[in-house]
Structure formats: structure tokens, C-alpha cells
Design a protein around this ligand. Structure first.
Ligand code: PLP
Length: 388
């Protein structure tokens, strides 16, 4: 491997680039996680992360990737054989479905085409037919990272409420939190699952469950086996700023800095910045004459844009070429989209020029790979960003 000058462009939809400020905040000696100094850090992050989820309820922080927090949400609230309703929005919804099935839950999957978000009316229609209230939980992926489609969580909440069905509402916003508008309390979500390596701009390694009173009440009756993931032990220790087992101390230093950065910028500004970069990206894709995978403009992701390649062109070959020539990583097509699409991440610590560099890398790559397209996408994005 020869030396590569300049910074690698990590433009996958997470893990996202970690800002220097966060790297420096984590560059600290490990402290005693049972000592007095730790409690201050614990209390600061446990309080701060609630503001990012927009909740007054507790948020549990696990030393685990997002998959662990998926499992935690289910094992704390459900019992063997419980019926769960999920929506096939893409590969991550499919993986959460698989995980739930392996835990012994009966999972119903509302089918989807991977180009739309979860359909509030389809969920409501299924709940209305569930006279005996067999369905214990509705689980939806907010920002489907495999497709670049964002489900309308507020609309889904209203649709569930219209049915009067008592199922828990669980949402995965692993790639949405701190990039896309998210309101745990206002949207009446019972368990929100998220992770560190996307909008929070941290390395992978910690993940979250934001809770509701209803979820905490269900946890008292839930019979799926749980130990490591048990909210009870976690919340008891968290009350004084500690954890029941060794926390990811240095990631928590980073989390404290990330929360500070997000609050200095202002969450609304953070969301608007992501929307603006997503719009600039879509304009570039349209100018190239390529197709954005997401079909509903109300569901375009502010986090990433998934681009379909013309039939007969291999997206993995294009990504390889862009990595080799321009030192930029783009997201691969996952599951049934393998080779058909590439994903441009525009989340976290980026600015207009990072985005334009990213789009320039894609446009040069399309030309080098011989993918039929019109030049001028970067120009279009520049025009948009300069105007707004
Ligand atoms: N859900 C979504 C929407 C994701 O994007 C990811 C990972 O990218 C996961 C779940 C799984 O999280 P992890 O890979 O951190 O276990």
C-alpha cells in the first residue's frame, strides 16, 4: 500500500468521520469507572443524550453496536411467542426481523419495495384487524440506511393512535439521530434504538435505548431472558451516574463533546444542514441523469442518497475504482441491492466543500468507469449551495 496524502473521504452512511475535537476529547487516560470522577461524566452524558432524543425519560447507554440495542429493546419488553409487526423498508428492517425471529418472537412483516418508507395506513389497517390485541409491538426503522428512505414516524404514531391499539411503538433511528429531526416524546415512541457512529460523529461502540413509562411498565412483565441488556440493573446504577458493568469510558468522553458540539450548532440547524446537503446531492444525481432509489419526495433521507446504476453497470466496480483513484469510500448496495446501487453518505461532520469534493469524486468515477451519465452534477450542486 503506498502512502496517500490528504484525508481519506469516508462518505459511507456511517460510521461517519470523527471530528478532531471528538478525537481529542477521547484522548484521555482511562479513569476508574467506580470512582468519583466517573460519576460526573456519567451524569453529564446521561442527561445530555436525553436532549438529543428529545425525551424526559431515561436513555440507556450500552457498550455495544446498534445490533445490541435492537436486541435490548425486544428482550426488555416482550415474552416468548409474542407477535410483533415490522415493515420491510430495506436490509436493516430485514435484519431486525431476523433477530426478533431468532429470539422466539412471531414476526409479521408488512412487505415493501425498498423504495418507500413504512406505510402508516398499512400498519393501521393490520392493527384494526387485530381484534384480540395479539400484536405486542410495532417496530419501524426511521432512516433505512440501506435505501436512503426515511419513514414518517409522526404519521405512523397518529395512524396507530387512530386504531386505539395498545401495541408498543419501537423505532430504530440508528442512522437518523442527530442528523434527521427526531422527537421521542412528542412522537410517543416507547423504545428508540440508536448508535454512536452516525449523526453523533463518534466511533462505533456505544448504542442507546430511549424509553417511555409504558415501555418500563411492560418490562416488569416481559419474560424473554435478559441479563446484560436488562434495563433494571442499568437504570439502578445510572441513578448515581454509574454503570452495572464496565462502560466504554473514552467513548463517553467523546459523547460529551459530541452533545456539546450539536447544542452549540443547534439541533434545528444540524437538521437543516443535513436537508440542504441531501438536496444538493439529489440535484447532482438528477443532473447526471441517474436515478435516486427513494421514490417519495416526502421520504428522501437527509443522511444519505442511494443512487441506482443503469442496467448492466456494476456499482461495486464503480466504488472500487473511486476508492483506488480518489481515496473515497462510498456505501455498498446491501442485500438485494448489492451491485445495483451505491450510497453517498452526507451526514455528521461535513460542510459544503466536503460535499462538493464527494460529488466531484463520484462524477469523476462515473466518467472513469464508463457509466453513461451527463456531466454537470457538481456544477448543479455548486449552484444550489451558492444560492442558499
Ligand atoms: N439499523 C440501522 C438503520 C443501521 O444503519 C445499522 C447499521 O448501520 C444497524 C441497524 C445495525 O447497527 P450496528 O451495525 O451498529 O450493529
Amino acid at each position: 500500500m503506498s502512502y496517500k496524502s490528504g484525508r481519506h473521504f469516508l462518505q459511507i452512511p456511517g460510521p461517519s468521520p470523527v471530528p478532531d475535537r471528538i478525537l481529542r476529547a477521547m484522548d484521555n487516560p482511562v479513569i476508574d469507572h467506580r470512582g468519583p470522577e466517573f460519576a460526573e461524566l456519567g451524569q453529564a452524558v446521561l442527561a445530555g443524550i436525553k436532549r438529543i432524543f428529545k425525551t424526559e425519560s431515561p436513555v440507556v447507554i450500552y457498550p455495544a453496536s446498534g445490533t445490541g440495542a435492537w436486541e435490548a429493546a425486544l428482550v426488555n419488553t416482550l415474552s416468548p411467542g409474542d407477535r410483533v409487526l415490522m415493515c420491510e423498508t430495506g436490509q436493516f428492517a430485514t435484519l431486525w426481523h431476523e433477530l426478533a425471529s431468532k429470539l422466539g418472537l412471531e414476526v409479521e412483516f408488512i412487505p415493501g419495495d425498498w423504495r418507500h418508507g413504512a406505510d402508516p395506513q398499512a400498519i393501521a389497517e393490520r392493527l384494526r384487524r387485530d381484534d384480540g390485541h395479539q400484536i405486542q409491538a410495532v417496530c419501524v426503522v426511521h432512516n433505512e440506511t440501506s435505501t436512503g428512505v426515511t419513514s414518517r414516524i409522526g404519521d405512523i404514531r397518529r395512524a396507530i393512535d387512530d386504531t386505539g391499539h395498545p401495541a408498543l411503538f419501537m423505532v430504530d433511528t440508528i442512522s437518523g439521530l442527530a442528523s434527521a429531526d427526531y422527537r421521542h416524546d412528542e412522537w410517543g415512541v416507547d423504545v428508540t434504538v440508536s448508535g454512536s457512529q452516525k449523526g453523533l460523529m463518534l466511533p462505533p461502540g456505544i448504542s442507546f435505548n430511549a424509553l417511555s413509562d409504558k415501555a418500563l411498565a411492560r418490562a416488569k412483565q416481559a419474560r424473554l431472558p435478559r441479563s446484560y441488556w436488562d434495563w433494571g440493573a442499568m437504570l439502578a446504577s445510572n441513578a448515581t451516574g454509574y454503570f452495572p458493568y464496565t462502560p466504554a469510558t473514552n467513548l463517553l468522553y467523546g459523547l460529551k463533546e459530541a452533545i456539546h458540539m450539536l447544542e452549540v450548532e443547534g439541533l434545528d440547524h444540524v437538521f437543516a444542514r443535513h436537508q440542504r446537503h441531501a438536496e444538493a446531492t439529489r440535484r447532482a444525481v438528477q443532473a447526471w441523469g441517474l436515478e435516486v432509489l427513494c421514490l417519495n419526495p416526502a421520504e428522501h433521507s437527509p443522511v444519505l442518497t442511494t443512487v441506482l446504476l443503469p442496467e448492466g453497470h456494476d456499482a461495486d466496480r464503480l466504488r472500487r475504482l473511486i476508492l483506488e483513484r480518489f481515496d473515497m469510500s462510498l456505501g455498498a448496495g446491501l442485500g438485494k441491492l448489492k451491485g445495483r446501487v451505491f450510497r453517498i453518505g452526507h451526514l455528521g461532520a461535513i460542510n459544503d466543500l466536503t460535499l462538493l469534493g464527494t460529488l466531484a469524486g463520484v462524477e469523476m468515477g462515473l466518467a472513469c468507469a464508463g457509466v453513461p451519465h451527463q456531466p454537470g452534477g457538481v456544477q448543479e450542486a455548486m449552484r444550489f449551495l451558492a444560492d442558499r
